[in-house]
Write a protein that binds this ligand. Structure first.
Ligand code: S3P
Length: 434
């Protein structure tokens, strides 16, 4: 079992670029595979999750290769060019792949089975299968509403208007992707804004999408056109180093070329409200996505309240935000975040258990957590195979007074394969044991 051993203390220094955005990488591979013509991708995340998306499309006959400059080249097969895979598709740990592909596969002429690892096999899928079934899809899933999914082919889909009961970009994207294969118009209404990469990329690949307030719509029967695309660094991976530089003494880091789409920058807004010294430079737009360089300096953080509407904008950053809260003066209260319980692990319980082990007063709630800032001691943490839990506790060691040992870390490779090297490079005293 892979472990991280992290010695306490240290300061953060350096200029780094973290790997490519995971959400955008999945979507570019999917749209590129279905486009007419060639898609050339720079900065694609090559981690287990996105490699599983790539493998799924290769298994359906799409040529996806790397060129000598490290770009990923996809020869799109067109909207109706996918071939039936000869085996079930293995999706690994990736909820995004499973849920977005459920929408795409519902529109195909052939049936597909999709399975995954132990964590993915426990994640709720009815949130996508229910609206897809209303559109006319036929999907079989396990009794408790989890994968494996069997999506039956040759169904006629009809567009629907769907009021999402939860603010989920995965559900929204799944339905928009299915909507490309449906007759008429498909609309999704969001209770709160969620990441909008699917909409931006669909437009970039030449597919018309309309947004009016909190409703996004498209019409079935359109085409996608291949293109060259530069994917920014992932703010969700940058977040570990943003918090690292905030909580460590005498620290300063520059994170280059980070995606700062306003539907993803909740982590920056929340940290700034806590008193963080974070500045964005060189703001620009590349392929319809805002990008910036982010400078972070040591900060005196204080506790705050975080409420429901802020949750989707920082949904993947709560494990590392809880470490920031543990290092802040006073109390941080998070509410309206019950979705954290159905991520790669139950992130409320697993973080509360880990923080308590390190001497921090962290009280889990049904829909959030209450954390009192305090002194962090050393200890042994079980990450429950959740990449973001493992990386968060590695950062916590910067403020600990003893070594933190983190167990079950292999899944860091699902989103951030060079995390340990980059962390060492900027001053974190982490070692990996296999
Ligand atoms: C993602 C959406 C979020 C996020 C996940 C990636 C996406 O999930 O947690 O890591 O790429 O659409 P939900 O839609 O379930 O909130």
């Amino acid at each position: 079992m892979q472990k991280f051993i992290v010695k306490p203390g240290g300061k953060i220094r350096g200029t780094i670029r973290v790997p490519g955005d995971k959400s955008i990488s999945h979507r570019v591979v999917m749209l590129g595979a279905l486009a007419k013509g060639i898609t050339q991708i720079s900065g694609c995340l090559e981690a287990e999750d996105t490699l599983n998306t790539i493998a799924a499309f290769k298994a359906m006959g799409v040529s996806i290769k790397k060129n000598s400059q490290g770009q990923i080249i996809i020869h799109g097969v067109g909207m109706h060019g996918l071939q039936p895979p000869t085996e079930p598709l293995y999706i690994g740990n990736s909820g995004t792949t499973m849920r977005l592909m459920a929408g795409l596969m519902a529109g195909q002429k052939f049936s597909v089975e999709m399975g995954g690892d132990e964590s993915l096999l426990q994640r709720p899928m009815i949130r996508v299968t229910k609206p897809l079934t209303t559109m006319g899809a036929k999907i079989l899933l396990a009794d408790n509403g989890t994968p494996p999914l069997i999506i039956l082919g040759k169904q006629d889909l009809q567009g629907i208007e769907y009021n999402m009961p939860i603010a989920s970009a995965q559900v929204k994207s799944c339905l928009l992707l299915a909507g490309m294969y449906a007759s008429g118009k498909t609309c999704v209404v969001e209770p709160y804004p969620t990441r909008d990469h699917t909409e931006r990329l669909l437009l970039g690949f030449g597919y018309l999408v309309n947004r009016e307030d909190n409703k996004v719509c498209l019409k079935g029967g359109g085409q996608l056109y291949g293109k060259s695309i530069d994917i920014p660094a992932d703010i969700s991976s940058a977040a570990f180093f943003i918090v690292a530089a905030c909580i460590a003494k005498n620290s300063e880091i520059l994170l280059e070329h980070v995606g700062v789409n306003p539907t993803r920058t909740g982590v920056i807004d929340i940290l700034q409200r806590m008193g963080a010294n974070i500045k964005l430079y060189n703001q620009r737009e590349v392929n319809g996505e805002p990008i910036a360089d982010i400078r972070v300096r040591s900060s005196d953080l204080h506790g705050i309240n975080i409420t429901k509407e802020q949750v989707p904008l920082a949904i993947d950053e709560f494990p590392i935000l809880f470490i920031a809260a543990a290092c802040a003066e006073g109390e941080t209260v998070l509410t309206g975040a019950e979705e954290l319980r159905v991520k790669e692990s139950d992130r409320i319980q697993v973080m509360a258990d880990g923080l308590q082990k390190l001497g921090i007063n962290a009280e889990p709630q049904a829909d959030g957590i209450i954390i009192q800032g305090g002194k962090i001691r050393g200890g042994v943490i079980n990450s429950h195979g959740d990449h973001r839990i493992a990386m968060s506790f590695a950062i916590a060691a910067l403020r600990a007074n003893g070594t933190i040992n983190i167990e079950d870390c292999a899944n860091v490779a699902t989103s951030f394969p060079n995390f340990v090297n980059l962390a060492q490079h900027v001053g974190i005293k982490v070692k990996q044991l296999n």
